[in-house]
Design a protein around this ligand. Structure first.
Ligand SMILES: Nc1nc2c(ncn2[C@@H]2O[C@H](COP(=O)(O)OP(=O)(O)OP(=O)(O)O)[C@@H](O)[C@H]2O)c(=O)[nH]1
Ligand SMILES: [Mg+2]
Length: 613
């Protein structure tokens, strides 16, 4: 017979929202007001965004735990990312929580990722507290936003009980929460009190022995691998023998060498665990997210964390360019494989597959941005590699080809209606809704294949002169909508190795849009620009001016070239076609043909033409 009990000393809460709605900033304020920092202590902004890439980009990439204490109750907080590509992190975070703070920007209202995270939280049965945040915004429209939240809840089949959510208004940046729009709050006391009152304390069965669900992995130089997760039942202490049950039901023995929990941002050692707490356990090497750690005597696994399937794949290969090994520390396929393997352990939404070729791998994820972040992280660690074009993952059902489809929301000036809708329909998008609010801006909704959106964001920003907003969520697999041309232009390809010179680049400018600047090293098969027309051209970007005319020769350096926008990883990934790859090193991003030799490419093309005829 189960004997249920609640651990009143603990609350576990995930903070969820669309990107940029203020989650991490609110956690800062919660830290400050729970007395975690000394008075006058200098504290960084968005302290939970501790990874370099998170700080640089101002976004959260990985969900992270921390805790505060309020009125002697420990609140474990899990800050999650709002960007759609990191949705797997939200699923992971929800597995540790008993409730969620749903933040909604008082001006933007619920957006696609609000829907995604709320759907996950409702499905997991989490108690929701709604916080309408950033009510200080001049364009705040809190009342409308509240209506939209109700609509969204109803649309997601929320139960009567879930519809009666506690509601707060907040200015996270100033650390203020209030009950109504009128009465001005002064601090976050109301938020803390609401969490303690409304979020159920973790329930556990006193008849069950120790059980913990592994929701995150860490690594410490001293302790080795760390398994992080919530204790669902029972207690344990260090030096105890336990087992870890993996996805196949296999029991792997382990001995706990150290037990820790979160105190603020740090770990603190504990002697015994408490049921319902989120703990950090060391003493196990072979553990995966989703495994259950429990006693040897009564092994019973908990429900594994369910994550949505990946929708995008990319081929990662060793760097085979002539410059390979010049700029990076790790170039071997074994190192790349080992590193990606580590990534799949930590990152539930990333999968790796062998290709049959030792030197390349297929990496799958939720979107090209997620994969770009993996590549960017690797390059900073000293890796060199080549990556191919992101491809969506198609499926077959009863012989029918299916592809991932997104629900896309566009908000832009009405003047851009034509150009945007025309472009999206050429990419197989179908408009499902169009609202003109009469104030010059329109809102459009489309159902569109995921592949159509790869690389579209840049184009969209150009088309709307940087003023458009686009957001989408994955709506499911649908019958394949047919092919459409990806890029109408060809590439300008270097036909030799050397250094690009201004004179040659100047003469190439009329042919297209250049991607390199003078002085940059090039090699045969490297893409140095985008051709204005269809088809590739092979050129010599190292061609100096003939020295026959001595007077003009010295002027070579004086040509004025159009500025070249430095190639970023994301732009490069979105730019390349099937027969091209991006060469990534800690120093450079280059685009290249998969087959470097112009001669070989020519031969392959001729052979293909013959077959086609
Ligand atoms: N006006 C206003 N701006 C805020 C408030 N809270 C946060 N911001 C701003 O909103 C931006 C995003 O804040 P973050 O805390 O990084 O948002 P987030 O939800 O953690 O973002 P992701 O983790 O990337 O999804 C920052 O520029 C903040 O300064 C607020 O209460 N009012
Ligand atoms: Mg954040």
């Amino acid at each position: 017979m189960p004997k249920l009990n609640n651990n009143e000393r603990i609350r576990n809460i995930a903070i969820i929202a669309h990107v940029d709605h203020g989650k991490t900033t609110l956690v800062d304020a919660m830290f400050r007001q729970s007395g975690l920092f000394r008075v006058g202590q200098e504290v960084d902004e968005r302290i939970m965004d501790s990874m370099d890439l998170e700080r640089e980009r101002g976004i959260t990439i990985a969900a992270k735990n921390c805790s505060v204490v309020w009125k002697r109750v420990k609140i474990n907080i899990i800050d999650t990312p709002g960007h759609a590509d990191f949705g797997g992190e939200v699923e992971r975070a929800i597995s540790m929580a008993d409730g969620a703070l749903l933040l909604v920007d008082a001006s933007e209202g619920p957006l696609p990722q609000t829907r995604f995270v709320l759907k996950k939280a409702l499905a997991a049965g989490l108690k929701i507290i709604v916080v309408i945040n950033k009510i200080d915004r001049k364009d705040a429209r809190s009342d409308d936003v509240l209506d939209e939240i109700y609509d969204l809840m109803i649309d997601l089949d929320a139960t009567e009980e879930q519809l009666e959510f506690p509601l707060l208004y907040a200015i996270g940046r100033e650390g203020i929460a209030q009950k109504t729009l009128e009465e001005k709050g002064e601090d976050l006391h109301l938020l803390f009190d609401t969490i303690i009152r409304e979020i159920p304390p973790p329930a556990y069965d006193t008849n069950e022995p120790f059980q913990m669900l592994v929701s995150d992995l860490g690594y410490s130089d001293y302790l080795g691998r760390l398994a992080i997760g919530k204790v669902f039942n029972g207690k344990t202490s260090h030096n105890i023998s336990l087992v870890c049950i993996d996805s196949e039901g296999k029991h792997n023995p382990l001995k706990v060498s150290k037990l820790q929990t979160y105190v603020g941002l740090k770990f603190a050692e504990i002697e015994n665990t408490e049921p319902g707490d989120i703990i950090v356990l060391s003493g196990i090497e072979n553990v995966k997210i989703g495994d259950t750690i429990c006693t040897k005597e009564f092994p019973k696994s908990l429900k594994r964390i369910s994550v949505d399937e990946p929708t995008v794949s990319m081929k990662f290969s060793i760097n085979t360019s002539p410059f390979s090994g010049r700029e990076g520390k790790y170039v071997q396929s074994s190192k790349i494989r080992e590193r990606l393997n580590k990534e799949t352990l930590r990152n539930v939404a990333v999968q790796m597959e062998e290709t049959g070729d030792r030197d390349s791998l297929i990496v799958k994820g939720r979107g090209e941005f997620q994969l770009a972040i993996v590549i960017e992280t690797m390059r900073r660690e000293g890796f060199e590699l080549c990556v191919g074009r992101p491809e969506v993952i198609v499926k077959y059902r009863n012989g029918e080809k299916l592809e991932p489809v997104e629900h896309l929301f566009i908000d832009c000036d009405e003047n851009f209606l034509g150009v945007v809708s025309e472009k999206l329909s050429s990419k197989k998008g179908r408009m499902t809704n169009l609202v003109n609010n009469g104030r010059g801006r329109i809102r459009m909704e489309f159902s569109i294949p995921s592949r159509s959106l790869i690389g579209y964001r840049d184009e969209f920003l150009t088309d709307t002169k940087g003023t458009g907003i686009m957001n989408s969520y994955f709506s499911g697999y649908e019958p394949y909508r047919g092919d459409f041309p990806v890029r109408f232009t060809g590439s300008i390809v270097s036909d030799r190795q050397g250094n690009a010179v201004p004179y040659a680049l100047f003469n190439l400018e009329p042919r297209g849009h250049l991607l390199i600047a003078p002085g940059e090293p090039v090699y045969e098969g490297m893409v140095v620009g985008e051709h204005n027309k269809e088809g590739d051209i092979n050129v010599n970007p190292c061609k100096e001016k003939k020295l026959s005319n001595m007077r003009a020769a010295g002027k070579d350096d004086n040509v004025i070239l159009s500025p070249v926008r430095p190639l970023t990883l994301e732009r490069a990934i979105n730019f390349i076609r099937e027969d091209e790859m991006v060469e990534v090193t800690p120093v450079s991003i280059r685009i290249r043909k998969a087959v470097l030799s112009a001669h070989k490419r020519h031969a392959m093309r001729s052979a293909k033409l013959k077959v086609d005829q």
